[in-house]
Design a protein around this ligand. Sequence first.
Ligand SMILES: Nc1nc2c(ncn2[C@@H]2O[C@H](COP(=O)(O)OP(=O)(O)OP(=O)(O)O)[C@@H](O)[C@H]2O)c(=O)[nH]1
Ligand SMILES: [Mg+2]
Length: 364
Amino acid sequence: MDIIICSAFCFNFSYWNVSIISISKAIIDMVSWKDKMPTNLPPDYFEAEKRFREAQTPGDKVLCLEEMISTVPKHKGTDKLRADLRRQLSKLKDEAKTLKKHTGHQTSFYVEKEGAGQAVVIGPTNVGKSALVAALTHAEPEVSSAPYTTWKPLPGMMHVEDIQIQLVDTPPLDREFVEPGLFDLIRRADLVLLTVDLQTDPLLQLEETLLLLEEHRISSPDRRDRYASQDRMVFIPLLILANKCDDENLTEVYDLFCALLGEECPMIPISAATRWNFDVLKKQVYQALEIIRVYAKPPGKDPDMERPFVLKRGSTVAELARKVHRDFYDKLKSARVWGSSAFEGQMVQRDYELKDGDIVELRV
Ligand SMILES: Nc1nc2c(ncn2[C@@H]2O[C@H](COP(=O)(O)OP(=O)(O)OP(=O)(O)O)[C@@H](O)[C@H]2O)c(=O)[nH]1
Ligand SMILES: [Mg+2]
């Protein structure tokens, strides 16, 4: 087993070495673009560029680069920049393909994001991660009282009101042995659901798991102030799920657990077995993802209230337009908003910040 782990590590290391060199080269190329950049790039471009720099894998970098390209205005002054970005994109796509071909084991830890956000369910063995994913989605992971049952990630979609959020069941996160690739999976996620077993020393489980994450430079934004150096740290929103809270006696245990822990992290008591408190869990997952739902209304027609557009909290009318269609983003003149605006159907500009539940009519 030691030999397998060791050779897996060496292989990983040599892969990351190559990958880090090519990613660094991509960043150096990006810096040299900066000198020639036209001044009229929108703020979205710089946000996508920031995410590009922070992205950990070629696949994630591809997504960010595509976003950057979509935000560059089309005119003579940006021709060179767009060509350079496209060249980088095709290089990174090749890299992502090579990674898929050569790292058979790691690819099972690359879970394509679907729905409004990806939440990974992590924690020590036997805390009920698989039971939770099975109870909240249509996925069918194996649930067993035997430890170390799950050995690869399994995604499922959880309905929350009118949207779907992806939950990913994962193998145990344990100091003895962690599946290679699990930390990369966590780093790519939008939300971490750290699960502990309320019936078996939850405090120790929580502390151990947070420590393991920290050792791999993963933490939550609430804990950001603790780190003098935040170099190469990834901060992902985190909720603690205190599972197996099956009856009233256990809610007392939960209260004690909260008292011991202080106000530190947002925590939800639940029971995968009885499905208790799932409504609260869903609401908090939705809030922690920091997303909003916006409903598009074609001019002169009713809004489509069945399929909302999901945007990051703080998004503007222009960002909605880009989600609807690239042409809308380019040609958008104004919009009318029902919901957060001062009066119904108020005319607003591209930079108007939308709120959850808004109905928007885009005018081109
Ligand atoms: N009483 C009780 N038992 C639960 C609950 N959730 C899960 N279990 C039981 O806990 C055991 C472990 O559940 P799993 O879902 O397989 O645990 P896991 O965290 O996925 O374990 P690994 O795959 O080994 O990491 C099973 O016997 C489940 O039936 C719960 O809410 N209450
Ligand atoms: Mg499991």
